[in-house]
Design a protein. Sequence first.
Length: 397
Amino acid sequence: MRIAAALVALTLVAAACGGDDGGTGQGPDSSKKTVKIGFIGDLTGANSALVVPGRNAAQLAFEQANQKGDLKVTIEFVPLDNKEADPSKAPPLAQQLIGDQAVVGVIGPAFSGETSAVQPLFAQAGLTHVTQSATRADLTAGGKFPTFFRSVGGDTDQAEAAARIAVKGAPKCDTVAVIDDKSAYGKGYADIVDAKVKEYGGRVVTRESVAPTTDYTSLVDTLRSSSPKCVVYGGYQPQSSILIKQMRQKNVAAQFISGDGTKSTKYIPEAGASNAEGTLMTCPCLDANVSDEAEAKQFVTDYKAKFNTDPDIYAPEAYDVAQIFIKAIGDCGTDVTRACVLDKITNLKDFKGLTKTFNWTTDKEALHEVTDKGVNIYSVKEGKIVLDGNVNDIVPA
């Protein structure tokens, strides 16, 4: 037994000593300098279903880049959990990344409130951060934060789409209730919807801000009294699931429309399939699972092979953001600094990603927004969230 154990031990030691593949694709090359890319988002809280797919996609992209082996450095991915996307807890996470000089870029934060809280810190540190999903309109306003980039259309775009669908689309809603959850994202989305509904000739019969709760009785009673043909909700799942469930239980039959914060795999199960049926969602995001593009199909295959599930909301966008960082790091060669990465990303031109071709706005009134802002409409049909198409194809502007 002792001889056999010794032989096993020697075999394990030999395998361990031979485990460094020298950068052939099975692991990082220890001879290369390591640079880090951070990630901030709600990875374990109520909103994690909106964030984890993006974290996974970025992880996949960096692992693939390291395995490919043509970079002069190795990329280490550093995801940090801002549970519940609390804006007050985001700055310490940002400082953690800022304090590590190996960190040359950050993906996120994922939500608007936490993004706003860290923008000044990253700007002061010269640390580039590119969000895959924070959509509040004023994040890019005034050109105050040149280190911040948005890879998706903002609420100005998707909230306009919600108003257009409600008033000019199939619902043809002449009366609309506009509700938000008092979050930075939700209120910004709802305020734009409110203005655009009126601009398009609709009438807003209810406009309320209601903090997240498990009991929307008062709001639902208001909706029963005002009888809107459409209810547009600016906020996140799980609140949207609770709200639509309680609306239907009290026979409020209005068309329910919400934004990307509702497009979660948890929305239908928590609302109930019959309650969720017919919901419309706006999202400046691509569903790679239904794409005909070869690159998107390969991404879906690779993602499913690693994580044993389909890529969900903002996974393709986060994969694109990771690829943008990979290109910037590659272009910097052996001298990968925060300043170099910022310069390369600022001057990015016509970068072809899974979701779009990337260029940035240069107008300080909306600095560093992606110029391709395509907003898609999704709906719940037969218990599934399906892609209906681009809003401009469904209801031309």
